[in-house]
Design a protein around this ligand. Structure first.
Ligand SMILES: *[C@@H]1O[C@H](CO)[C@@H](O)[C@H](O)[C@H]1NC(C)=O
Ligand SMILES: *[C@@H]1O[C@H](CO)[C@@H](O)[C@H](O)[C@H]1NC(C)=O
Ligand SMILES: *[C@@H]1O[C@H](CO)[C@@H](O)[C@H](O)[C@H]1NC(C)=O
Ligand SMILES: *[C@@H]1O[C@H](CO)[C@@H](O)[C@H](O)[C@H]1NC(C)=O
Ligand SMILES: *[C@@H]1O[C@H](CO)[C@@H](O)[C@H](O)[C@H]1NC(C)=O
Ligand SMILES: *[C@@H]1O[C@H](CO)[C@@H](O)[C@H](O)[C@H]1NC(C)=O
Ligand SMILES: *[C@@H]1O[C@H](CO)[C@@H](O)[C@H](O)[C@H]1NC(C)=O
Ligand SMILES: *[C@@H]1O[C@H](CO)[C@@H](O)[C@H](O)[C@H]1NC(C)=O
Ligand SMILES: *[C@@H]1O[C@H](CO)[C@@H](O)[C@H](O)[C@H]1NC(C)=O
Ligand SMILES: *[C@@H]1O[C@H](CO)[C@@H](O)[C@H](O)[C@H]1NC(C)=O
Ligand SMILES: *[C@@H]1O[C@H](CO)[C@@H](O)[C@H](O)[C@H]1NC(C)=O
Length: 284
């Protein structure tokens, strides 16, 4: 009996302590995630396959069992959302920014419109964001540069406009993939891109970028894939590209590049695809 009382006291103390400690950050409160996902569902205007309509219900199974949702084992909070190719149409509710345990967000291959709301800047744990192949518009959000765990950013095949904000590279040193291809971006590519030293895959093709190709891209020595084609880049190919010795694929075609091919490019021993057509380069 004494033992049981002692046990109850200890358990109560632990629970009290946890409520005090944990409530501040709502660590175990998965109803925050349910509210966020239902608010997200509410701004979906078309769900032709009925995927969310038939799976995402309030006060039903835990959100962890909803289609496209994954949770952490210990805390049962939403850590991944993958709605890729669900044929959804609509806008992104700002409430998505309440999924603060989210590490991976993949809503690619849908028909989402509108902007990426600023509230998504609350997703401090985000390692991967894929919004590719939708109809998102507006500028590239500069808050992406404050999410310092980000490894993969896919913004490709949308209708983003404006310049790449310099602050995108403020604190994204862990980036491995940056895909902004097939948008309506323009202006110069910021030289700060050279700070993303781990970058392996950089795709900027099919935009309206102009000015010189920043020579700082030549310091991204882990690059395997580099797409810069179909823009309006001028000037010469930076000789620093000769330092990109891991490069497998290099697309520079359909620009306004001039001058000679730098001899340093002969260092690129692993190059499998090299496309430079439709420029005004001099071949000696
Ligand atoms: C959990 O969060 C909801 C808001 O989504 C709030 O209404 C509720 O009081 C919270 N519960 C606890 C135990 O903190
Ligand atoms: C959730 O709702 C669906 C449809 O109303 C129902 O078939 C299912 O049994 C419910 N699941 C739980 C766990 O309540
Ligand atoms: C999302 O699911 C699709 C398959 O439905 C898969 O190809 C893709 O890799 C997944 N995304 C992530 C980030 O895991
Ligand atoms: C987007 O909607 C159009 C119809 O307006 C459709 O043809 C297209 O397949 C949709 N794209 C995706 C990825 O669902
Ligand atoms: C979730 O986000 C919305 C909009 O950003 C906000 O109004 C709401 O208070 C948040 N809810 C919770 C439970 O944090
Ligand atoms: C992006 O759009 C282009 C042109 O429409 C298309 O060729 C390409 O396959 C698309 N990319 C993806 C990943 O679907
Ligand atoms: C990026 O850093 C610069 C200074 O280095 C600062 O002025 C700017 O506000 C930062 N931007 C963001 C989005 O944090
Ligand atoms: C950048 O991220 C690191 C963690 O990777 C953090 O310690 C640091 O405060 C951040 N710096 C800025 C300027 O946000
Ligand atoms: C992109 O490159 C292709 C292949 O050379 C070319 O035919 C096409 O006109 C270019 N498109 C744009 C939009 O620049
Ligand atoms: C990169 O290449 C340039 C010119 O080819 C050279 O001067 C420079 O030292 C190289 N940088 C690194 C980090 O290897
Ligand atoms: C050459 O590239 C430009 C884009 O810089 C494009 O507009 C044009 O159609 C391309 N010409 C050919 C013959 O591919």
């Amino acid at each position: 009996m004494d033992n049981i009382c002692f046990f109850i006291v200890v358990v109560t103390l632990v629970l009290l302590k946890c409520t005090t400690l944990c409530s501040g950050i709502n660590f175990f409160n998965s109803s925050i995630d349910e509210d966020a996902l239902l608010a997200f569902k509410a701004t979906i205007t078309s769900d032709p396959d009925g995927i969310l309509a038939n799976n995402w219900y309030a006060n039903n199974a835990s959100v962890c069992y909803w289609i496209g949702v994954s949770c952490g084992i210990k805390h049962q909070r939403v850590t991944a959302l993958n709605l890729s190719g669900f044929h959804l149409r609509g806008t992104i509710a700002p409430h998505l920014g309440n999924l603060t345990f989210l590490r991976s967000l993949d809503i690619s291959f849908n028909n989402f419109t509108g902007i990426l709301p600023d509230e998504l800047s609350n997703l401090r744990r985000l390692k991967e964001i894929n919004v590719g192949c939708n109809s998102f518009a507006g500028e590239i959000p500069s808050w992406l540069g404050t999410l310092h765990e980000l490894q993969h950013i896919h913004l490709n095949n949308n209708t983003f406009t404006g310049n790449i904000p310099q602050s995108l590279f403020n604190n994204t040193s862990k980036l491995l993939t940056l895909d902004m291809g097939y948008n309506f971006l323009g202006g110069n590519v910021p030289q700060e891109i050279g700070k993303c030293i781990d970058l392996e895959d950089l795709r900027l093709s099919f935009n309206h970028f102009n000015g010189n190709i920043p020579s700082e891209i030549g310091s991204l020595v882990n690059l395997k894939i580099l797409y810069l084609s179909n823009n309006s880049f001028g000037g010469g190919i930076p000789k620093q590209f000769g330092n990109l010795t891991s490069l497998n694929i290099l697309y520079l075609d359909d620009n306004k590049l001039t001058g000679e091919l730098p001899q340093e490019l002969s260092n690129l021993a692993y190059l499998e695809i090299f496309s430079i057509g439709n420029n005004t380069l001099i071949f000696c």
